[in-house]
Ligand binder design. Structure first.
Ligand SMILES: Cc1cc2nc3c(=O)[nH]c(=O)nc-3n(C[C@H](O)[C@H](O)[C@H](O)COP(=O)(O)OP(=O)(O)OC[C@H]3O[C@@H](n4cnc5c(N)ncnc54)[C@H](O)[C@@H]3O)c2cc1C
Length: 561
């Protein structure tokens, strides 16, 4: 049933995530356009709020303040994207991202309470490629007291991992804490976190960090700019007249409403990670939508509406992949766990098949190759011993903390007193697992992974143990009992979608722009192509192209493309 409305705005933004909220803020606060955000879920923030909040925008103010912008950084960053992304994405898109990114960060500093700070030494993901940077170019939000948001705070998208109120761990803290008691900075950081929590409680604060702080800051920016967010209002379709997008049809409370636009529609409705049919149609199997950590409402509505309006698509087979522990109901994106020394990953044949410390997209690309070789890598098994378990944080559990019984019952964790027993329980040949372990232990002794070069990249070392030598990424696996933890190809969301140009305009298969239609973030095909430049290389582009969409639409006279 259609609700009579007659409502009209300059701009309708679809989705209150990182891309959408930045676009709406730019449209209203920078260009003075009347703007509304329609949001399908009951929450703001989407995947952005669940994220680490890392942002990879070379040359931004926070990197400058930290002295982390080399004199030739602009040229180097461009060379880096040339090298790792290549022709999968037009150079003009990649260069525009880098040219305009710092300005977007300045805009957010001026118009929101979010402040960013450098994440020390969080290396680019391929730092040895031309233009890569071992000290990294990633920044994260400074933790903030979010009381200013009042009741609206209850609308923050549910978190990736639940933590008690005011327990604030930044990305930089996490690196130190993951090492348990191995270094002095681990316990000192834990004490700092505990003290800050106590202090915040005493002062009645409501502290947030990482992606939640970013989403809260963007939401506050919208409130100050007078941009409404209409919740539980889902994009159903685009209204197209004479080849131009002139409005949206949205669903709310079982009714449909047409909202017309004078300038255009910006799609920031995320990817399709929560849409089993679309995933099965486009993505490499095996795959399970329960393995994603992306936003709960991201079912690809914006992408489908764009396709119906004549848009071209790209990279639909891709995602922001990452080896993931399929804990029921809360998949765990496996990061430090597979980099820390004293562990390795095997396939169904009991053999290693990659450098376990690879950046997460590349690691899953390796996992996906298994199907073609006839030896499945799904599930793969992360094998480690009691020494490793005693030393490091694992999937949110402290060192030595026993795994919950449920994890064993559900077959996600397997334990045995011998390697042969472990092999039997995970169904891999015992002699192969024994041989793999012996070879790996030899590499650890000598400090060189002759098979996969683990520990050679500066990125591998970010989550390594500096007290282990000769290679801080490698240690023997030999102290019973032994463990194997299931790994599957999960993701942070999909990254294929509508093809856009450097102005975030949505393009048809013939390359012409669809007048009045823009897309940013995971609704658009990623400017990072099939790879991931460094920590923050998905939120960075989402915000930059959201901002550029607003700029283009503001500068385009009504009726033109
Ligand atoms: C655990 C985790 C950690 C991560 N860490 C990082 C990190 O540190 N750095 C980084 O760069 N990336 C990180 N990512 C990835 C990153 O968060 C996402 O790729 C990015 O935030 C996507 O932004 P977006 O605006 O496109 O989508 P989202 O932030 O997901 O926003 C999309 C919004 O659109 C809404 N929506 C969906 N469909 C409709 C519809 N039909 N109508 C109206 N609204 C709709 C959704 O509800 C949502 O609010 C992480 C992701 C996760 C899950």
């Amino acid at each position: 049933m259609e609700r009579a409305s007659g409502r009209e705005f300059d701009v309708v933004v679809v989705g209150a995530g990182g891309a959408g909220m930045t676009a709406a803020l730019a449209a209203a606060a920078r260009h003075g356009l009347s703007t509304v955000v329609v949001e399908k879920s009951a929450w703001f923030g989407g995947s952005t709020s669940r994220s680490g909040g890392g942002v990879w925008i070379p040359g931004n103010y926070a990197l400058r303040a930290a002295g982390q912008v080399d004199p030739d950084d602009d040229a180097r960053a461009k060379a880096y994207l040339d090298a790792i992304v290549g022709d999968v994405v037009p150079k003009v898109n990649r260069d525009t991202y880098l040219d305009r990114g710092p300005e977007v960060m300045d805009f957010l500093r001026a118009r929101t309470p979010v402040r960013f700070t450098w994440v020390p030494d969080y290396a680019d993901y391929q730092p040895e490629r031309p233009g890569g940077r071992a000290a990294g170019r990633s920044v994260e939000p400074v933790p903030m007291d979010a009381r200013f948001l009042g009741e609206e705070l209850a609308r923050l998208h549910p978190p990736y991992t639940k933590a008690p109120a005011n327990l604030i761990v930044t990305q930089a803290d996490f690196r130190k804490i993951s090492l348990g008691m191995r270094t002095v900075t681990g316990p000192v950081t834990m004490l700092k976190v505990a003290f800050n929590r106590f202090l915040a409680g005493l002062r009645g604060r409501r502290m947030y960090a990482m992606g939640a702080a970013l989403a809260i800051g963007l939401r506050q920016g919208l409130i100050e700019a007078g941009v409404p967010v209409e919740y539980e209002t889902e994009l159903v379709s685009l209204v197209v007249e004479d080849g131009r997008v002139v409005g949206v049809v949205v669903g709310h409370d079982g009714l449909e409403e047409t909202i017309r636009v004078r300038r255009g529609v910006i799609l920031g409705s995320g990817g399709f990670e929560r849409n089993p049919e679309l995933r099965e149609k486009h993505q490499p199997l095996p795959l399970d939508p329960d393995w994603t950590t992306g936003g709960f409402a991201n079912t690809g509505g914006g992408i489908l509406a764009g396709i119906a309006a004549g848009a071209d698509t790209a990279l639909l087979d891709e995602a922001w992949w990452g080896p993931t522990i399929p804990l029921p109901g809360r998949p765990w994106f496996c990061l430090a766990e597979r980099n820390l020394p004293g562990s390795f990953i095997v396939n169904a044949a009991g053999r290693r098949f990659m450098n376990e410390a690879l950046p997460y997209v590349e690691a899953v690309h390796e996992i996906q190759k298994g199907e073609a070789t006839g030896v499945s890598h799904v599930p793969a098994w992360l094998v480690f011993d009691q020494r490793y378990r005693n030393r490091y944080l694992f999937a949110g559990l402290g060192p030595r903390q026993p795994f919950p019984g449920k994890w064993f019952e559900q077959g996600v964790v397997v334990k045995a007193s011998t390697l042969a027993g472990l092999a039997e329980r995970i169904g891999v040949p015992a002699d192969e697992l024994a041989a793999t372990t012996a070879r790996f232990n030899g590499f650890a002794e000598r400090g060189t992974d002759e098979d996969f070069h683990r520990g050679e990249s500066a990125y591998d070392k970010y989550y390594s143990d500096p007290t282990v030598s000769p290679n801080p990424s490698l240690h023997r696996v030999d102290q019973a009992p032994f463990y194997a933890v299931k790994l599957v190809p999960g993701d942070l969301g999909t990254k294929g979608g509508l093809v856009t140009d450097e102005r975030a305009r949505v393009l048809r298969p013939d390359g012409s722009p669809i007048a009045g239609l823009y897309a940013a973030g995971n609704t658009s095909a990623a400017v990072m192509g099939r790879t991931y430049a460094g920590p923050g290389a998905t939120i960075g582009p989402a915000m930059v192209f959201g901002y550029l969409a607003a700029e283009d639409l503001a500068s385009t006279p009504t009726g033109d493309s």
